[in-house]
Write a protein that binds this ligand. Structure first.
Ligand code: MLT
Ligand code: MN
Ligand code: ZN
Length: 305
């Protein structure tokens, strides 16, 4: 099984268009050791030709151009993207659907009932797309049962409900439901290995930790280093928790959670906000991650399992 990281940054990307935080400003000036990143998305394939796009980021066209595997060029109009699966209804995960409108058949779109309802009402993407290619919605149940993706032989996933937050435009922003955000276990039935993917994760429950402990690779929320990162920089009033993200540092933080996993589990952070000091390759925070055996995803990273 193949996973390609198409976009490893959180909403806004890195550098963010209007941001002059030390990271964004430093990257533009070339005065820090860091690389640019596009907004949150991965793709998954069993055969290297037919791909499941997981999240459709606003940067999807740039990501497709940077990933030749996504254009197999079998016919005059073609794409390796056979279906799209959404982890939540956040702007950074769904807006790219509009960029896929030139398809000639409805786009198979896998998401929970909650996510499908947010993107048909508050941000009515599926309604807009009905005037172009249209979507073929496939409702995901969060019962942990294995799901075979139509048209994608060999790709088996298990959607899992998570504690995080629906987008600010959702009527449920302040009363999240289990289906607003999900994690995904991606299986390789051939090798018995699996990857757990959760770019937005507000809380690691014991049940979730057990799922992570059974995985070969965990690819999880790396949005913020500290709970008050945005507030301290004067960029937002909101804490990490208020935005549905568990920060890495501190007691009970993501580093502490990942420390409890068995030694063989590969640990990678993804969906990294542009303010996060771990983006600087020579920062103390990045060295601390390395000391805990934790990697930082980058655009173009490949995971084979
Ligand atoms: C989030 O996950 O909180 C988002 O990146 C926010 C956004 O896209 O604006
Ligand atoms: Mn996001
Ligand atoms: Zn910034």
């Amino acid at each position: 099984m193949f996973i390609q990281v198409l976009g490893s940054a959180a909403g806004g990307g890195f550098p963010q268009w209007n941001c002059n935080c030390p990271n964004c400003d430093g990257l533009r000036r070339g005065s820090i050791q860091a690389r640019a990143r596009t907004q949150s998305s991965i793709c998954v394939s069993a055969n290297g030709t037919d791909w499941l796009l997981v999240n459709a980021s606003p940067d999807v066209l740039q990501q497709i151009r940077a990933t030749p595997e996504l254009q197999p060029a079998r016919t005059i109009r073609d794409s390796g993207i056979a279906a799209v699966l959404l982890m939540d209804a956040q702007i950074d995960h769904v807006t790219g659907l509009l960029m896929l409108r030139e398809r000639q058949t409805p786009l198979p779109l896998l998401a929970t009932e909650e996510v499908l309802s947010d993107i048909s009402a508050g941000f009515p993407i599926t309604q807009i797309l009905s005037h172009y290619c249209g979507v073929q919605p496939i409702v995901l149940a969060l019962d942990g049962a294995p799901l075979h993706i139509p048209g994608l032989d060999g790709v088996v996933v298990h959607p899992i409900g998570l504690s995080s937050k629906p987008p600010p435009y959702s009527p449920f922003r302040n009363c999240p439901r289990p289906g607003d955000n999900m994690g995904l276990v991606i299986d390789n039935p051939q090798t018995g290995q699996s990857v757990f993917y959760a770019p937005g994760l507000g809380e690691v429950t014991p049940a979730l930790l057990a799922v992570m402990a059974r995985s070969s690779v965990v690819l999880v929320d790396g949005t913020f280093w500290t709970e008050d990162e945005m507030q301290r920089l004067g960029l937002s009033q909101k804490s990490a928790a208020a935005m549905g993200h568990l920060p890495q540092s501190g007691p009970g933080g993501m580093v502490a959670q990942l420390d409890t996993l068995p030694a063989g589990v590969r640990k990678i952070l993804i969906h990294i906000n542009n303010t996060n000091p771990i983006l600087r390759e020579d920062s103390a925070e990045r060295a601390e991650l390395a000391a805990h055996g934790i990697e930082v995803a980058f655009d173009g990273m490949e995971i084979v399992f």
